[in-house]
Design a protein around this ligand. Structure first.
Ligand code: NAP
Length: 515
């Protein structure tokens, strides 16, 4: 049995400081971001009795991605009752897949119910965090400063809109905006609209606007596989039953089946479940064959990559929408944007009044552009020179007491990120306990722990369908390596159940008390 003793500060080496005589510390915690994960952190900190915290939010409202995205048709493709906190069920979802506006209202209600607004400082962007003398010194965009023992970065993943670099796009005379910055002052009814982008967002916008505007063109650089997932309604009677009887709601959720589906999905991604892969593939192929009648259109819509290589699109009605009168599919490459519309490689000018860029996000930014400087001047930028990385997606060597929710290399996919964040919180709360109990003053993983994790992760990532499936997507980093969790869901749940303490240079708590 290895013995873990305090490591002392030595140049360029990791250390954790043991303090056997320390009593409970009152930790000052700063949470960055009041989206889904920041709200979770605030509620859970209070549950732990850690009341000395604030949540800095750069915007003027909570909600993160659900605040920023207000486009027509916005829907989460995770079952409503699984896109909720485990401790705050919502009997009032009206649809089987939750509309974006209801999700935003749910978070606002939850914040109010848990009196979290008191802890949130709106319009305060953290621009710099520097670790000095055992604490994090923070600078905010308004010149204010703050100090914390612990930072929880809950800054989200898809929050920096990615605009394409298309020649002439600033010469366009009509109105244009990114899907996550929807301009609701622009009336659409009698307009000719172009939607560029064919991810979950572009598809939802087309489905919502088809038949509602004068004309809409969908510019698809790459076709996508589409899973025909219906989106039914919960009747008022069902909702009333869920309100009265939480057990009925839990039963309706059928969590065991949901988790089995997530497990199977992640096994398909990682190439372990070939029967599952065939099932997803057949369902998407059948959807295309059965629901697109024109053979020429069908071939234009047929992807040449494997199902699940890109994030799968769940849509009950996209194929119906794209075949409606007044809706056009454009597969020709865009060559430039002109004052009156979009010119494609075949020389055609597609005249439009409005261009919507549903072109995705800079998924590699995480808490950046915040400047983060760790122990001994270690900079986040240098640690992330080749790609964003974090040990188990949560923490980084030389950045003590800095923990992330939905950080780099965490699980992403067609499942609930709330569930993922709750598992991550369970892990982080155990790290916080060690700090609070005075077991140590600093927690960060050993350099070799991150190196070992990354080596194994990258090797596994190269076996995933994201890498082998013949497509490009936002799942890939700048070197073309999938940046997400490349193992199945149960491994994630297992890893999150308890920290591997030696990876942090710490003795497991039970061993220490026996010492
Ligand atoms: P995305 O999946 O990154 O899709 C961006 C689209 O823009 C792609 O079709 C891409 O084409 C296209 N594009 C980018 N630059 C282009 C250019 N210069 N010319 C032509 N096309 C260009 O973005 P997203 O649809 O906003 O979705 C991002 C993520 O948000 C999703 O994967 C999902 O995780 C999340 N989301 C979830 C839901 C939900 O229901 N839960 C809904 C919306 C979004 P290529 O494929 O050829 O690169």
């Amino acid at each position: 049995m290895p013995v873990f003793w305090p490591r002392t500060l030595s140049a360029g080496h990791y250390y954790n400081v043991w303090g056997t005589n320390m009593s409970k510390r009152e930790l000052r915690v700063i949470v960055i971001g009041a989206g889904m994960a920041g709200i979770l952190a605030g509620i859970r900190l209070r549950d732990m009795g850690l009341t000395n915290f604030v949540i800095y939010e750069k915007s003027d409202r909570i909600g993160g991605t659900w605040r920023d995205n207000t486009y027509p048709g916005l829907t989460c493709d995770v079952p409503s009752h699984h896109y909720t906190y485990s401790f705050e069920r919502n009997p009032d979802w009206t649809r089987h897949l939750p509309p974006g506006s209801e999700i935003q209202q749910y978070f606002e209600r939850t914040c109010a119910k848990y009196s979290l607004y008191d802890a949130i400082r709106f319009g305060r962007e953290v621009t710099r965090a520097t670790y000095e003398d055992g604490r994090w010194q923070l600078e905010l965009s308004d010149g204010a400063t703050d100090v914390a023992d612990v930072i929880i970065a809950a800054t989200g993943v898809l929050h920096h809109p990615r605009l394409p670099d298309i020649e002439g796009m600033w010469d366009f005379h009509g109105r244009s905006f990114h899907s996550a910055r929807w301009d609701h002052t622009v009336p659409l009814q009698d307009k000719r609209i172009a939607v560029i982008g064919n991810g979950s967002t572009g598809v939802q916008i087309i489905s919502a606007l088809a038949g509602e505007v004068a004309h809409i063109s969908h510019f698809q650089r790459t076709p996508q596989w589409i899973m025909p997932v219906p989106n039914g309604y919960y009747s008022e009677a069902e909702r009333e039953r869920f309100r009265r009887d939480p057990a009925a709601l839990e039963e309706a959720m059928d969590t065991a089946t949901y988790e089995a589906n997530v497990e199977s999905y992640t096994e398909v991604i990682t190439g372990q479940d070939t029967a599952g892969a065939m099932h997803w593939t057949k369902a998407c192929e059948d959807n295309l064959e059965r629901n697109v009648t024109d053979p020429a259109l069908r071939e234009l819509l047929r992807p040449d990559h494997k199902v699940l290589c890109k994030r799968l699109i769940f849509s009950p009605d996209y194929y119906e929408a794209i075949q409606r009168p007044g809706v056009a599919l454009v597969r020709e490459d865009i060559t430039r944007i002109e004052a009156d519309g979009i010119r494609t490689a075949d020389g055609v000018l597609h005249r439009v009044d409005v261009i919507v860029y549903a072109t995705g996000f800079h998924a590699d930014q995480f808490m950046r552009p915040m400047q983060v400087t760790g122990r001994g001047g270690a900079s986040l930028e240098s640690l992330w020179l080749d790609r964003p990385k974090a040990y188990l997606a949560i923490s980084m060597p030389e950045f003590p007491n800095f923990f992330m929710l939905n950080g780099p290399s965490g699980p992403v996919g067609n499942f609930s990120l709330i569930d993922i964040a709750e598992h991550q919180w369970h892990y982080i709360s155990q790290l916080l306990d060690r700090l609070r109990n005075g077991d140590c003053l600093e927690i960060s993983p050993l350099r070799e722990s991150l190196e070992r994790f990354e080596t194994e992760r990258v090797a596994a990532a190269k076996k995933t369908v994201w890498y082998t499936g013949g497509c490009r997507s936002w799942y890939l980093d700048s070197a073309g390596i999938p940046s997400s969790w490349p193992w199945n869901y149960s491994r994630f749940v297992r890893e999150m159940s308890e920290p591997d303490w030696p990876a942090f240079g710490l003795e497991p708590p039970a061993h220490r008390s026996n010492a």
